[in-house]
Design a protein around this ligand. Sequence first.
Ligand SMILES: Nc1ncnc2c1ncn2[C@@H]1O[C@H](COP(=O)(O)OP(=O)(O)O)[C@@H](O)[C@H]1O
Ligand SMILES: CC(C)(COP(=O)(O)O)[C@@H](O)C(=O)NCCC(=O)O
Ligand SMILES: [K+]
Length: 243
Amino acid sequence: MKLYVDAGNTRLKWCLEEAGETVASGAGVLDEENPLPGIAGFASRISRIAVSTVASEEKRERLLGYLAGLSNVPARCYWSEPERGGLQNAYSDYDRMGADRWHAMYGAWIGHKQGFVVVDAGSAVTVDFVDQYGRHLGGYILPGLQMMFRSLKTDAARIGFDPGQVLETGPGKSTGECVNHGVAWLSDAMIVRILWDAQAFGLADVLVTGGDADRLIGLGLSGIHRPDLVLAGLRAIADEEAS
Ligand SMILES: Nc1ncnc2c1ncn2[C@@H]1O[C@H](COP(=O)(O)OP(=O)(O)O)[C@@H](O)[C@H]1O
Ligand SMILES: CC(C)(COP(=O)(O)O)[C@@H](O)C(=O)NCCC(=O)O
Ligand SMILES: [K+]
C-alpha cells in the first residue's frame, strides 16, 4: 500500500492506494499527536510514503518523526520542479513555489491538456494558469477565507462579528453583514476575474480544490471540483520516480 500525504497550513490530507485504487483516506491536523487519524490499522502494509508539504520545517520534521514511528518505510518529500512531462514552471526560482501548487498543477495536467486554471482555496487561495502547451503562465496568491476573517478580527478594534459561510453578496446593514457579505463579494469579484482570465488566455477548464472549494463553487465558480488534486499529482510523480 502506498501512502500519500498533503500537509497544508491548516489540515493534513492523506490517502492510501493499492493497485491504483484508493483504499482509505482521511484528514487531520499537523499539530495534533496523531496527524493521520485512521491510519494505524494499515501501518504494517505500507510500502511507500510520499509527502507534499508547505508547512514550516519544524512541522515537517515533526511529521517525518510521526511517520518514522508509524512505518519502517522512509517517507520522501516531493518539491516543486522546473519541468515535468511537458508541464513547465513559470518560476525561475522554481523551488520557491509551494509544493502543493506544483503537485496540483501536475495532477491537472495529466487529464486536462487543453489548458486549465487551478484554484486552490486553502489557508491561502492560489490561482495558477497553464496553457495547452503545458506552459505555466504564472499565478496569484491571495488570503484565504479564515485568514481574512482573522485579520479583520485582530487588526481592527471595533469590527465585532461571527464569521459565517455566507454566500450573500448584497450590501450589508450591520457589522456582521458587512464583513460576511463583504468577503463573499470579494470572492465573487475574484471568481468573475478568474473566469474572464481563463477565457482571455484560452484555457478550457477550471479545476477547484482546497477546503473552501465548495464555497467558491456556491458563489458561481463553474469548474470541476477535484478535492484530491494535490494528492493526484503527488501520486503520479512518485509513480514516475519509482518506474
Ligand atoms: N474540517 C475543516 N477544518 C478546517 N478547515 C476547514 C474544514 N473544512 C473546510 N475548511 C475550510 O478549509 C480551509 C482550509 O483548506 P485546506 O485546503 O485544508 O487548507 P490547507 O491546504 O492550507 O491546509 C479553511 O480556511 C476552512 O475555511
Ligand atoms: C501559497 C501557499 C501558502 C498555499 O498553501 P495553503 O494555503 O494551501 O496551505 C503555499 O503554496 C506556499 O507556501 N507557497 C510558497 C510561496 C509560493 O508558492 O510562491
Ligand atoms: K493546499
